[in-house]
Design a protein. Structure first.
Length: 168
């Protein structure tokens, strides 16, 4: 993981730029943790006590992008990406037969769609009502940074167990 292609967030940006650039940085971190691995390595349960895999994390990232930005913020009626309703809860983590290229393409598409949704809001303080709950753009961006940061910690451990690669 010596090839760090991430764009580091500005230390003096306004709130919106800071949040969106930190989210993009976390997205790039997940991509970096996966770069240079094979499909088999991406599907490998590298920690004996956990069912987590790098590919499962990528598929989960695609799912949460879709859920928070397209469904929660934009109100789009979206179907689950991985197995539909029959796939059940956490279907994105079942990767035995999953295609890595398909997963990365879906994730990249969802990230692009998420950026478009963010651009459609005038302010971080703009809100939507979903199921009787008020949600702001600021909350979703902050939550997504937290979500990626947590899972990037998982990706650190998985990658090191797979091939010994470490990095920020």
């Amino acid at each position: 993981m010596d090839d760090d292609q991430r764009v580091h967030p500005s230390m003096a940006a306004d709130d919106r730029t800071s949040l969106t650039s930190f989210l993009d940085y976390q997205r790039a971190t997940l991509a970096m943790k996966c770069r240079g691995t094979t499909g088999e390595q991406l599907r490998r349960r590298a920690v004996p006590t956990s069912a987590l895999t790098l590919l499962g994390l990528v598929r989960h990232a695609a799912s949460i992008e879709r859920s928070w930005f397209r469904f929660a913020l934009d109100g789009e009626d979206v179907e689950p990406l991985w197995g539909g309703a029959a796939g059940g809860r956490d279907a994105e983590f079942r990767v035995e037969d999953a295609d890595a290229d398909e997963a990365f393409a879906a994730w990249e598409e969802e990230c692009a769609r998420s950026r478009a949704v963010v651009s459609s809001f005038a302010s971080l303080d703009d809100t939507v009502e979903r199921g009787g709950v008020t949600i702001s753009l600021r909350y979703v961006l902050t939550h997504m940074i937290e979500e990626y940061a947590r899972h990037n910690g998982h990706a650190d451990l998985l990658r090191e167990a797979i091939d010994g690669a470490v990095g920020e």
